[in-house]
Ligand binder design. Structure first.
Ligand code: KG4
Ligand code: ZN
Length: 339
């Protein structure tokens, strides 16, 4: 079964063709990093315009690379949320139109769930359930108890900034372009452990919830003083120490809460999803601190937003969960979808 998956929930235009939920025939991503770099975050209106320009040629290229025609596609899938409403609408409208024209089924896919599917489809061995789902992206920081694909219980989430968003804001403060995560990771490599120390945030009576706004403010104060106006130029080595401390605090927090939750819920494996899981630093820290857990990461090209995770999850949902039923063509874009 050939599935075409489209992703336009934020600042990546992505399209993939996936066979039988796992075999990636093509997986193309057109990043808008250049467009938003100067703004320190995504500008929705600019994002929409770029999606409109890029999406159809990208779909054509994805079909070409997969060596198949539009008529051979069995199912059309698109991320219908959560995400930015304008960008989502562009992907949804395009995919609905194709499904209608080709008279084929169409499915709207939950972007966050698809991030977890990316790690699931990356494994060569079956995943042991229950397992803990850890989604770390620019829009989400969520811990889920997963009984099986399609069966989730949210056990923790951020009460303010998402972890990727916190990295993006920290990078902006330090004068580095969007997306900030990889920039901070690179700068932190030159930092000296222990020279600066930040404390991760906790939420009262919610041991698995996250809060990154305090960390962000502490970072601002360390960089620019309590009133936010720098009194002196902070040197590059000092910036590197701060980047190290920021990254260390954020990642230690995620690891602590993951360990606690996996113990409480009896999970022996952890399924990771979202752009922040692209961090090699995070992967190394987890490997060192959680050797007793099976750590299931997305493979190359599947951590950041992509179309393969959308097409893959759509296949699974269509074949095994939704009774091979198409979604209605009036399915709407959703800024939020809760588990
Ligand atoms: O999943 P994703 O592509 O888009 C969303 O669904 O949000 O994640 C993008 C986020 C950005 O905030 C980016 O700064 C962050 O992932 N990111 C990282 C790293 N690479 C990407 N954060 C920390 N360290 C990294 N190496
Ligand atoms: Zn994402």
């Amino acid at each position: 079964m050939l599935v075409l998956g489209v992703e336009t929930s934020c600042d990546e235009t992505a399209c993939a063709i996936v066979k039988d939920g796992r075999q990636i025939l093509s997986n193309l991503v057109s990043s808008q990093e250049d467009l938003h770099a100067a703004f320190g975050g995504v500008v929705p209106e600019l994002s929409c315009r770029r999606h409109v320009d890029v999406l159809i040629p990208l779909m054509q290229k994805a079909l070409q690379e997969a060596n198949c025609s539009l008529a051979e596609i069995d199912l059309f899938a698109v991320a219908h949320g959560p995400g930015l409403i304008g960008p989502l609408l562009i992907g949804i409208t395009a995919v609905k139109a194709l499904a209608l024209a080709e008279n084929k089924p169409f499915l709207g896919i939950n972007h966050v769930e698809a991030h977890l599917y990316a790690a699931w489809m990356s494994q060569s061995r079956p995943v042991a359930f229950p397992c803990l789902g850890v989604v770390l992206s620019g829009g989400h920081t969520t811990l889920l108890l997963i009984q099986d694909l399609g069966s989730y219980q949210m056990i923790g989430e951020t009460v303010d900034d998402a972890i990727g968003e916190a990295f993006d804001k920290a990078a902006k403060l330090i004068g580095l372009p969007y997306p900030g995560g990889p920039q901070i990771e690179q700068l932190a490599r030159k930092g000296v452990p222990g020279r600066s120390v930040f404390k991760p945030g906790n939420v009262k009576n919610r041991p698995f919830h996250f809060s990154f706004s305090g960390l962000k403010t502490a970072f601002l104060y360390a960089l620019k003083g309590q009133n936010g106006v720098a009194e002196r130029e902070v040197s590059l080595p000092e910036k590197a120490d701060l980047a190290y401390a920021f990254q260390h605090a954020a990642f230690s927090d995620v690891i602590d809460k993951t360990l606690l939750a996996s113990e409480k819920y009896g999970c022996k494996s952890v399924l990771f999803g979202g752009g922040v899981t692209n961090s090699q630093t995070l992967r190394a820290l987890f490997a060192a601190r959680a050797p007793h857990l099976e750590l299931l990461w997305p493979s190359q090209g599947l951590s950041l937003d992509n179309g393969a995770m959308i097409a893959g999850l759509a296949y699974h949902q269509y074949q095994f969960l939704s009774g091979q039923k198409s979604d209605a063509l009036d399915l709407e874009a959703r800024t939020r979808i809760s588990f």
